[in-house]
Design a protein around this ligand. Structure first.
Ligand code: PGA
Length: 255
């Protein structure tokens, strides 16, 4: 399955910094062959990303969206506004939105459905907190978060859906999940998709791992049977190191 490596910049990089990053990353583009590379800048930097990546195979993602097409939703952004800047994917349900902004499973589900309906590829983030893990609730949390989203999907949607397994305790902490835990979670995601939509449709789904991914550990995740990509925060902010990370991921599946 084709790898998808996405840079989640969170609240980092102005338009000027985005332009400089794009220029630098493009120099290495020939080395990314076979990998879907995606950068997800803040909304205000999307035009700079669109200009900086014109003619490039590197794609653009947004970090969030609203499920309504337009209306009185101060501070929100609609899919049409993202599509205008060549955005092809959107991060939905990131743990920082769920836990810091109080986003609910229902809202996440509405967003995923609206993204797919508008032709955007959702990068649906899910995963357990440290407390939930300690209480042995990891499987139950993944099942719950996924079932809300599956509720509103059809089998054919899976081929345009990416699920990022991101244990909350691993995000930005330097404490990445073990490869066994990452594989278990990703295999569970496939199993739940197959139970609901059938094995054939589940094969269209791609699962990323996210949480303290670095150049020295990405290879071990990419080599796992159920993982075909990564959602990268901190290690995606410098073009040189993000490029090295993509190359390391590619190498891991070539050997
Ligand atoms: P991190 O963030 O790579 O800095 O841990 C990952 C994410 O939040 O998607």
């Amino acid at each position: 399955m084709r790898l998808i490596i996405a840079a989640n910049w969170k609240m980092h990089k102005t338009a000027a910094a985005t332009a400089a990053f794009c220029q630098a990353l493009r120099r290495d583009e020939a080395l990314f062959d076979g990998v879907d590379v995606l950068i997800c800048p803040p909304f205000t930097s999307l035009p700079a990303a669109a200009a900086g990546l014109q003619g490039s195979a590197i794609k653009i993602g947004a970090q969030d969206m609203h499920w309504e097409k337009q209306g009185a939703f101060t501070g929100e952004i609609a899919t049409s506004m993202l599509l205008e800047y060549g955005v092809s994917s959107v991060i939905i349900g990131h743990s920082e939105r769920r836990h810091l902004m109080g986003e609910t499973d229902q809202q996440v589900s509405l967003k995923v459905r609206a993204a797919l309906a508008s032709g955007l590829q959702p990068l649906l983030c899910l995963g357990e907190t440290e407390t939930e893990r300690e209480q042995g609730k990891t499987v139950a949390v993944i099942e719950r978060q996924l079932s809300y989203v599956f509720e509103s999907l059809a089998a054919e949607d899976l081929s345009n859906l990416v699920v990022a397994y991101e244990p909350v305790w691993a995000i930005g902490t330097g404490k990445a999940a073990s490869v066994d835990d990452a594989e278990d979670a990703a295999a569970l995601i496939y199993r739940l998709a197959a139970d609901r939509f059938g094995a054939e449709s589940a094969k269209g789904l791609r699962v990323q791992y996210g949480g303290s991914v670095r150049v020295d550990n990405i290879g071990s995740y990419m080599a796992l049977p159920s993982i075909s990509g990564a959602l990268v925060g901190g290690a995606s902010l410098e073009a040189v190191s993000f490029s090295a990370l993509i190359q390391a991921a590619r190498k891991a599946i070539l050997h």
